[in-house]
Every structure is written in structure tokens, then in C-alpha cells.
Ligand binder design. Sequence first.
Ligand code: GPV
Length: 830
Amino acid sequence: MNATASQANSLPDVKIDKNEFKAAVIRHLHCTLGTDENKANSHAWWKATCAAMQENVLEGLRRTQKTHYMNDTRAVHYFSAEFLMGRLLSNNLQNFGLYEVAEAGLKELGVEIADVLEEEPDMALGNGGLGRLAACFIDSLATMEIPAIGYGIHYEHGLFRQEIRSGAQIERPDSWRDYGNPWEICRPESTQEVSLFGYVETKYGENGRIQKEWHPGSIVKGVPWDIPVVGYGGKTVNVLRLWQSESSGYFNWDVFNAGGYVDAQRENVQAETISKVLYPNDETEAGKELRLIQQYFFCSCSLKDIIRRYKRAHKDDWSRFAEQVVIQLNDTHPAIAIPELMRILVDRAQLDWDTAWGISTKVFAYTNHTLLPEALEKWPARMLEKILPRHLEIIYEINHRFMDEVDKKWPGDNLMKAKLSIIEEGGEKMVRMGHLSVIGSFRVNGVAELHSRLVKQNLFPEFDELWPEKLTNVTNGITPRRWLKACNPALSKLIDKKIGEDWPINLKKLEGLAKHATNKTFQKQFMQVKQANKKMLAEEILASTGIEVSTDAIFDVQIKRLHEYKRQHLNLLHIMALYRRILENPDYDMHPRVFIFGAKAAPAYTLAKDIIYAINMVANKVNNDPRVGDKLKVVFLPNYRVSLAEKMIPASDVSEQISTAGKEASGTGNMKLALNGAVTIGTLDGANVEIAEEVGDDNIFIFGLTVDEVTETLKAGYNPKDYYYQDAEIKAVLDWLETDYFTPGKPGALVSIKQSLLDMGDPYLVLADFRAYSDAQIEVDKAYRDKERWAEMVIINTAMMGKFTSDRSIQDYVDRVWNLDPCPVSRPQS
Ligand code: GPV
């Protein structure tokens, strides 16, 4: 039960030497790729290197699966519609302890490993934080040798590639598999079938029992692709199993003959389209049929896969199912798995309802990732009835029984029933997936202390009263293997020398750096690393945007999906204010600063796209204004993604975490940046609160309204125009947006931002926080100019991030939710 990574694992022990590695790469160049050393381009070298690595990976996978099978262990099944994996080669090399071997081997073959790594397309099967969290978690699970499997969708196209044309975002299809993916293994022998549409027949079985039979309208096949997930140390290799849809050729002619010709045609979704593309909306429920079908498709395949494996050992004895299986629902996207398991247990396995519900509610646990109303999934009952008629019945039955429970607790309280019901009445009948998830799970968690408190107090207070043990917290984390060791090798080596090499699996050890925070030599070494990283990023910026930036400037970064609640426009208004101050006073005293953005906007989120456009237009003006010189630069790096984050984060000085308090559930970029020695300017929101606790108030710049103040401000009837008329700078900057200063010949091109703040009521309190933000930025500027003080802050930030390893998050899940043990896999003796 106490699976700390350090106990479960030692440091990677290399078993392959350079010559063996070289030989394997050459062999794959010849025999897998049909080329040779003289002809091979970088892409071929990449593929051959992956293939050479995959030999080790698959050997580890085989041993792991055998060990898990022999031990028949309880395992966690992480259900997620998104896994934002990024690149895998460097990660797999690192985790096997073979990075240096590969680097040296390739060098002798005349190849730079950096060029090889750059060939790999990102596996971008996710939108942002939620999908990347899933990726960090499966890394930690493998590292901690916990039997675990990730289940998701094998999207043919991941998140779109972003291009910027004349300042505006253009979406291009992502084609991560166009030239093959060297890591994935297709397992056609484990194909599953998934039913859709059709109708439910009520029958009377023996002893008069009512029996339901679903006659589906169509059936699709789910073919699994396995991606091996290598733990640090290379011992446990778990899998991420992703389902691809295929046609089964089945079409229900009964529905057709019963006169439902048009319906039958309409319901015959092209099977292949189900796993075609990831929905690019972050934190907005789409309400689209295909999205619900995607969710059900992967949940049904995954449950059947789990049951097939369970039955291999336990036949039809369901009594131990909940001992062996725990399923973590990553938000409500996989919540349809709850009625699906009930359907399988009741309709198929013929268990009575109470027995089935008893099992089901011991299997599922649910993680909530947001309080934003627009992100809380609801499906029209009509849509469910059409696509999953039996599931809707089951949901009604779950709700009926739950309403009885509510009546026991609050007798006769119909308002309470309406409030807690899975079914939202009033307008169109809707199924609330959050309520279904809370009712169907034995544990529910938020993702940071503050967020979990708000889940209890504001989102689900009555559920908390009903089941006081159910709601809990697990603060998010990040894997230090990818987000420090691999992405920041120079800093990693410096840390190795100072405190030893086991910090990647015992991140609390970083605290050992704190006592050197005021040491001049160490400060110098640390800041030299930062400087070198900034130089590399400056080259990347020049290459991709043509903008030249000075590495003496403060690198101030905001990297995350574009959302009003994340307030990139607060950052932008402040940049405009600085620009204006410089124009009004050429001697305006500030340390040179480069503001760097990375952000994708959902294609249909107009205001988000307008903000990207505005950032680019302001950048264009500022960067080319000779009156500004080097003092102020603005960079928007296109196509923000995991592999770009890995280059930006080690080079950052200031981390912008400026969401409206109460809106960002946790954030995880905040942790990555602080870990790499960036100082946070942020609100008391999400995990920022816990970061501040760890580093101390002197080593972070906190500003703005607190959650309680936000509530009060809104209750008091917030009027953004008060700020507009009372703060001359705010007024000047907003009015500037209306001119054609930044968009010559196109006045009004940026006006939507002003409108959202003045006419639409500024729902995220940008203007209310502007002055506090600007003042905090002045403090950042002052602090940076005191080189020693700044170096100390930076070191303290890195030193105090131990809490935020995803190994700690996973240990919290083990202790508070999953209740399972690691299962050590031994390395082959050679
Ligand atoms: I719900 N999150 C996300 O990236 N996409 C979503 O659809 C939903 C939540 C994010 C939250 O916004 C972050 O605060 C959080 O750190 C992350 O999920 C992981 O928990």
C-alpha cells in the first residue's frame, strides 16, 4: 500500500552497451526500413532508433504482462477520452537509462541525437491539461510498478496543427500516423463489438422476471492499438490501449423493414468516422451525437476488454470483480461506462439489480476537473434514447432509486429532488453526467485543495451531506522525468551533482537545493543554465517567427489553451499599457522583457481567436517600433504542443498563472514552470495556492481578487465601466483597441475584446484585477533587477516543487481511492 517510487524502483540499470545499440539500429535500418547508413535521412534514423528501442520495450512489456497475469493483481483502469502523450523516443530512452548510450552510439554513426528526436511527431490525442495529466499519470503508474492500463480512443487525427496567417489562427489537420507510428501494436485478436441505436424489447423470463433485450440498429468493431508505457527504471511496462473504430458490416434490417427506412439510414453512422478526430473543444461540452458515440464506443470496448480478462481467471464468478477492478473516470467523458457496466451485469450476466449496483459502485471513481458551467456535460435525453435506448432506461432506474434515497434524507422536499436528480427538467430533458458520476462512484475527487473545497461547497454540497466520505482531494502533479530530467538536461546534471541522482523518483529530495539558494557559486551555475536555455529558445523564436529577442531580457511566458477565464487578454492589456508608458516616456524605467505566448483556440471560439489575432497585431507593432527597441518584445509561438512546451519551459523566467480566482481547477503548467526555475505571477487559484505555500510568499508574486472577493464583487453588481472611467490607463488601452493603430486600414478589427469587457460585463473580472496585476508586474521587474535575490527565488522554486510530482498524486489515489499494491517486475538477468 506504500508504493513510493523510490521503494518500488532503483535507478535505471543499463544492460545494453553502445555497440549493441549501434548494431540494433543498423540492423533495423537494413531489415525494417530497407535502407542503409549512407542513404538514410533523419527520418529513417529516427525510425530505426525507435525500432531498436522497441525491442527493449516489448521485452519489458512481455515480462510485465506475465507478472501481472501470474499474480492476478488488482489493477486500476484509467478511462480517458484524451491522452496527450507528446513524443516517446527520448522518454523511453531516458526511462530505460539508455539516453547517453544512444547519444554516443548515434554520434559514432555520424548522427546527432537531437536531429533524430526532432523527427518524431507529437502524439497529440488531447486538448490540454486534462489529457496531459492522464499522460503524466500513466508514466507515474508504470514507474511505481502499479498494475494499470490506460483506455482511450485511437484518433486518426489528434488536436489540429495551428498556423498563424496574417496574425490569425488557421487550423490544419494533425496527421501523427501518416508515416507510421513505431510504438503502437495492433491487436486484432482483441477486437470488440459495440452496439448502437435500435430499440429495447421487454420480455418476461422464467419466474415472471422482466427481461430487457436491446436490438441494436448497428454494430461497430473496436480494434485495439497498444502503446507501451515505460516506467522509469525500465522494469514495469504498462500499456495504453486505444480503440479504433471499424465497420462490422452489421445493419439491422428489422428496423429497416419496420418502416424506419430514413431513420435506419441516418442511424447507420459510418463506423470509421467514430475514431476519426479529436473534438478540439477544451472545457466545453459539444452536445454532438458523434461525441457521445465516441464516449460510449471506447467505454464499451474497454469494459468488455476488462471483463474478458477477468473471466479468464474467474469464469462467471462476479463476486470478486470489484476486488480486482477499479476504474478511474477522467472527468465525465467516460461516465456512460456506469450504465454500460450495469447493462452488462443485469441484462447479460443476469444479476439482480442490487447485486449489480453493489458491484458497480465499488468499481468506479470519478475525477472532476472543472467548475465552469459550460464544461459540465449534459446530454439531451432524446439523444441518448436514440443512440443508447437501453442505457437511458438504466439511467432512469438509477435515478428512481436515488430519488428514494433523497426522499429518505429530505422527506417531501421536491426542490431538493429536482436539484439532485440526474435528469434536468424544465426545458428539454437533459441527463446530467456529473450527477450520474457522483451517484455511480464510490469516490469523487477534485484536482487541487481549493478546487476540491469548491466542489464540496458550491458544486455538490448536498451530495457531500448525503455521503460525507465520498468527496475528497487529490492535487494534480507532473512527471519530473519528462518535465525536468528529459527537457532540461543541463539543469538536471547540475542538480545531480549537488544532491545525487535519485530526485526523479523522489522529488522531495530537491529540497536539498534550498540550502544552496544563497550560495553565490551555485546561483551563478544555476543562472548560467537558465541563460543557455534562453539562448536555445531565442534561436527557436527566430527560426519560427523571425523575431530577434535578447536573452538579457526577462522571458515572461503564458502557455496554455486560450480561454477567457485564463485571461491572456489581461496579459495583453498590460503589455499595451507598458507600450503606452514607453511611448509617453522614452525613459520609462523597466528591465527589458519578452512576453511569450503559446495557445490554441477552439476553432469555434471566436473571441479566443480574436485574442490570438490581437496578440499578434500588437506584437507586430511593438516589435517593429524603433522607439521601443529591446525594452519590449511580444512573441506568439505558433502550434503550442508538448514538444514545444519542453523547449519553452526550461527557458522561462516568469510564469503567468493569472486566471480569475475560482476558475482554474488546478493548472499543471504552473508546476512545470516553477520546477524549471520560473517565478510565478499569479492569482490565488487552483494549485497556485499550494505552490505559494511551498515556496513561501517571498518567492511568488500573488495578486488580485481571491475567490471570496470575486463572489462579493459579482454579488455587489460588478460594473466594469467603473474601472474604465476611473482608471485612465485602462480607458486609454481599451480605446486604443478600437482605433486602427494595430490593424492599419482596419479600424475596429480588435473591438470584440473591448466589447467583451465593457458591454458583455467582463465575466472574468479582467478590469477589476488589472491594476493589481500591473502593480505585481512592477514588483517582478524590481525583483529581477536584483540578480542575487532573483537567483535565490529561482532556486527556491525548483527546490520546493517536490510535492508536485505525479508520483505523489498517484500515491494519494492509491491511499484515498484505489487501495491497491504495486507488483514488482524483475529485470532480466544478463
Ligand atoms: I473539464 N481541464 C482541461 O484541460 N480540459 C477539460 O476539458 C477540463 C479540465 C483541466 C483544468 O482546466 C485544469 O485546471 C487542470 O489542471 C487539468 O484539467 C487537469 O486536472
